[in-house]
Design a protein. Structure first.
Length: 305
């Protein structure tokens, strides 16, 4: 490195140290030897920014390259130097402002980002809660629907059972009334048959014998056949009275009064092939059950098919 370069570097050093002293009030007497890396050394030693040091170096080098600057008076040089100092201060102030502004703007952006994150988190929380509420409500709706369906099913089963019970009760009641009516009708017909037997008694006392045909006791036979429940009445081949019951009873139901002569009167024995339930009467013996009692076996021989 030649003497001209040393002079330029020393001038750069002097200007930098003067500015550093003027700005920060610190004299820096001991400096390492300056060489090609003088910028790095000055940047490490002083508090000036690297850009300011590079600007001072450019100005000094430019001054040495421009011959007109050599003819300037010391006063002009100081004025120019003072202007450069002001410019550097303005540059530094502007740089500091820009740094502060950038820092403030970064904080502002950070605040905005934080606010946005908070708002996003709140929105997500609200949406999550809303979704959770909707899910809970839907579960409650589904549960209520299931309970309602079970209730309706149980209600339908209960109503069906009640309906069946009512129908069974009605059927049982109907059967009960029908059975009772049938039983009452059967007992009423046996009483009519007993009354007919008394009329035959009158015939016996008058003729001293039993009638041998319907013609001899036509009035008695006609009276029996007029009764509801009696399909047919006739004097049997045993000289008794037989009645055949109609559709109110089982097909082929027959009641027969068998006579037994005793002195001046007749003793009657009642037999029937009717259902035994029709014969049940705790206070009165209605008729004896005999399944062999048949219409064909009681018809007179002249009626035999």
């Amino acid at each position: 490195m030649n003497s001209s370069s040393d002079a330029i570097i020393n001038e750069i050093k002097d200007v930098v140290l003067a500015l550093d002293y003027e700005r920060y009030g610190i004299k820096r007497n001991r400096l390492p030897p300056l060489g090609i890396d003088y910028l790095d050394i000055l940047d490490d030693v002083t508090k000036l920014e690297r850009q300011e040091i590079e600007n001072i170096a450019k100005e000094v080098i430019s001054k040495h390259k421009n011959p007109q600057t050599l003819s300037m008076s010391p006063q002009q040089s100081r004025q120019i130097e003072q202007q450069e100092i002001w410019q550097r201060q303005e540059h530094r102030s502007f740089s500091s402002f820009m740094k502060d502004f950038s820092k403030g703007f970064s904080i502002y952006k950070l605040l905005i980002a934080s606010s946005l994150l908070i708002i996003f988190a709140v929105l997500v929380h609200m949406m999550t809660n809303d979704l959770r509420v909707k899910l809970v409500n839907q579960e409650l709706v589904n549960e209520n629907q299931q309970k309602q369906a079970v209730f309706e099913q149980q209600k339908a089963v209960m109503l069906e059972n009640v309906q069946k019970q009512i129908e069974e009760h009605n059927i049982n009641s109907q059967n009960f009334f029908e059975d009772n009516n049938k039983k009452w009708l059967f007992q009423s017909l046996t009483r009519e048959l007993s009354s007919a037997g008394k009329s035959i008694n009158d015939f016996y006392r008058q003729h001293q014998r039993l009638p041998k045909s319907n013609k001899e006791v036509r009035k008695v036979i006609d009276n029996l056949e007029e009764q509801i429940g009696i399909k047919e009445a006739f004097i049997s081949n045993k000289q008794g009275i037989a009645i055949v019951l109609d559709f109110e009873f089982a097909a082929g139901t027959v009641v027969h009064l068998t006579p037994t002569e005793s002195g001046y009167g007749i003793h009657w024995r009642c037999e029937t092939n009717a259902d035994k339930a029709l014969l049940q009467n705790p206070t009165q013996h209605i008729c004896a059950h005999n399944y062999k009692t048949k219409r064909m076996s009681l018809l007179p021989s002249i009626w035999a098919d």
